[in-house]
Write a protein that binds this ligand. Structure first.
Ligand SMILES: C[S@@+](CC[C@H](N)C(=O)[O-])C[C@H]1O[C@@H](n2cnc3c(N)ncnc32)[C@H](O)[C@@H]1O
Length: 297
């Protein structure tokens, strides 16, 4: 134990009340659901020794309740599974272990100074989207919400030369950046850019007789429209195809009962409807701001 503190999670401490008692003589500080106890001040209530010297039977239990800054849940409620929280430190590690094509890195860096840059998917999300497209062997894809093109470029880069991505965006200015990077990345022949309202574009594809002809769709636009986009894309995507939705955790607000703004409520409702939707099987993935992967059945 390198640090001079012991860090417990509330849940594990409360699961073992006698440990909570043992903690009381030490200086206890709490942050973000953890209890931090100064190691120097910690004294065992049974033998009165410091933590290192103590050999009481409780010490093993105390150790089992110890955690580190990354683990957010590890008690019986979660089947004793250790669930990690992505701290900045851990996220740095993840980014160092996610391959990111040079052209995507350049686009990310150019976008970083632009208004709305926080909307761009993260490199690990881009990599997951690209991998899903590759696993599916997708040829025909749709994206709703392009912005400067990070996720669409990640998808287009892994499409075969004969593949096509319909990229829907209402903002012409950000589309200019996207188009520049499609050129630089050598994928502009695979991207069919549609400037306009996404719902109108999707409806026109259906009218054009393109139902059930797409393999993969990514939704990342106006959150209150998610249900509408989903219904239209469910018509456009074939059985076995995927629809991926971004921002399903909405910075954690979906799980906070005190938050009831219209966007949060609509994402919450949409998440619940997806869970009950018999037309798809889903997986909610805590990557970026949360993505749900839906497979049409
Ligand atoms: C979260 S950003 C997309 C980020 C993008 N996926 C990326 O990785 O860079 C959402 C985008 O959706 C666009 N948008 C919002 N509502 C739209 C609509 N009704 N039709 C088309 N685009 C829309 C916005 O202009 C914005 O650029």
């Amino acid at each position: 134990m390198a640090s001079s503190s012991l860090v417990f999670h509330y849940s594990s401490v409360f699961a073992h009340q006698h440990i909570a008692c043992m903690l009381s003589p030490a200086r206890v500080s709490s942050t973000y659901g953890t209890v931090k106890v100064s190691l120097e001040e910690w004294r065992c209530r049974s033998c009165c020794f410091h933590f290192r010297a103590c050999s009481c039977k409780w010490k093993r239990l105390v150790r089992s309740c110890l955690t580190n800054e990354f683990v957010v849940a590890n008690d019986v409620k979660y089947g004793n599974k250790q669930v990690v929280s992505v701290t900045p430190h851990l996220y740095d590690y993840i980014l160092k272990h996610v391959p990111e094509p040079e052209i995507l890195r350049q686009l990310r860096e150019e976008t970083a100074s632009m208004r709305g840059s926080q909307m761009q998917v993260s490199p690990d999300q881009g990599q997951l989207l690209a991998m899903l497209v590759q696993i599916l062997g997708a040829e025909r894809c749709i994206e709703v919400g392009v912005y400067t093109g990070y996720s669409s470029l990640a998808i287009a880069l892994v499409l075969p030369d004969s593949g096509c991505l319909v990229a829907c965006e209402r903002d012409a200015k950000s589309l200019e950046v996207a188009k520049k990077y499609y050129e630089l990345g050598g994928v502009s022949h695979k991207v069919d850019v549609k400037l306009g309202l996404a719902a109108d574009v999707l409806e026109s594809l259906i009218i054009n007789g393109e139902a059930s002809s797409y393999d993969f769709a990514f939704i990342d636009a106006e959150k209150r429209m998610n249900q509408k986009y989903f219904e239209l894309l469910l018509q456009l995507v074939r059985v076995g195809g995927l629809i991926v939705i971004d921002n399903v955790l909405w910075h954690g607000k979906v799980a906070d009962p005190m938050v009831d703004d219209p966007q949060t409520v609509s994402i919450r409702n949409f998440n619940r409807q997806l869970l009950e939707d018999k037309r798809v099987i889903i997986s909610m993935v805590p990557i970026g701001d949360g993505m749900t992967i839906c497979r049409k059945i």
